[in-house]
Design a protein around this ligand. Structure first.
Ligand SMILES: [Cu+2]
Length: 266
């Protein structure tokens, strides 16, 4: 049956085929990759478009096999090149998911489409790990901080460490206010109580990356593996936001004091 809504979505596609010479945005790449089968549930679905888009007039919707929305309903731009759009998803069970995207390029041309990805395994389901991001690194900086929210879902555990191929070391840190001086210190372990989210955000806990092998550029993503006292390691995808952090400003707790993540405070 062709509902009016379905027609509306179909029309821009027809339009694209008869028009050339204007900017039309299509997914250039995506995470999870288009058509892929991934071994761990993603915390975010992100699309890199071929042309800059208007984030306010572009959306991503993720649905499960039963047609139920599994995204958080808040598509947000990532970085500052205008081509990245992402939406949070969480607790994705094993199964195939549809991603419907509707893009409005900056010259107002609309495109839309759909693709699928499959979650093969939910090995990381001892934890729910959301809002995983890092800020683009400035200049020749060799350190950066990763932020995320982690909730144990099955049993108490402890975060004991981390690693990432982009850095020589990755370790849990805490920012503290020592008589008005902001300092960072290594945290040997972070307690995780089932059902209680632990927020790693600017000004508090973070995963400190040291010895970065190359600059973290906005829009890029990289893997980060978290180690636990009891559970097997969990690998998540970190999305890099613009240095100003503007693209992720709609998420709670993401405002920072500029310059606090140099290592001078250690
Ligand atoms: Cu730190």
């Amino acid at each position: 049956m062709h509902s009016p809504l379905a027609m509306m979505f179909a029309m821009p596609i027809l339009f694209v085929h008869v028009t050339t010479g204007f900017a039309h945005s299509y997914p250039q790449s995506a995470l999870p990759p288009i058509g892929s089968t991934v071994s761990a549930a993603p915390t975010e679905v992100a699309i890199v478009f071929t042309e800059a888009i208007e984030p306010k007039f572009s959306t991503i919707e993720v649905t499960d096999n039963g047609g139920h929305r599994v995204d958080d309903g808040h598509p947000h731009p990532v970085g500052d090149d205008g081509k990245h759009l992402a939406i949070g998803v969480s607790n994705l069970a094993k199964g195939t998911y549809s991603v419907a995207w509707h893009a409005t390029s900056v010259d107002t041309h609309k495109t839309s489409g759909q693709y699928k990805f499959t979650v093969a395994d939910t090995a990381t389901s001892d934890f729910r790990i959301d809002h995983v991001w890092a800020r683009a690194s400035a200049g020749g900086a060799t350190t950066a901080a990763v932020y995320l929210t982690i909730t144990a879902t099955t049993r108490p555990d402890r975060l004991t460490g981390a690693s990432s191929p982009v850095a020589a070391a990755a370790e849990p840190h805490e920012t503290i206010n020592d008589n008005g001086v902001m300092k960072m210190r290594l945290v040997p372990s972070v307690d995780l109580t089932p059902g209680k989210p632990v927020v790693f955000s600017p000004g508090g806990y973070h995963i400190m990356l040291t010895g970065l092998k190359s600059a973290l550029k906005s829009g890029q993503s990289f893997p980060l593996t978290l180690n636990f006292e009891h559970s097997p390691p969990a690998t998540v995808t970190v999305t890099v936001a613009a240095a100003g952090g503007g693209g992720m400003g709609d998420m709670p707790g993401m405002h920072d004091m500029p310059g606090m993540h140099g290592h001078q405070g250690q």
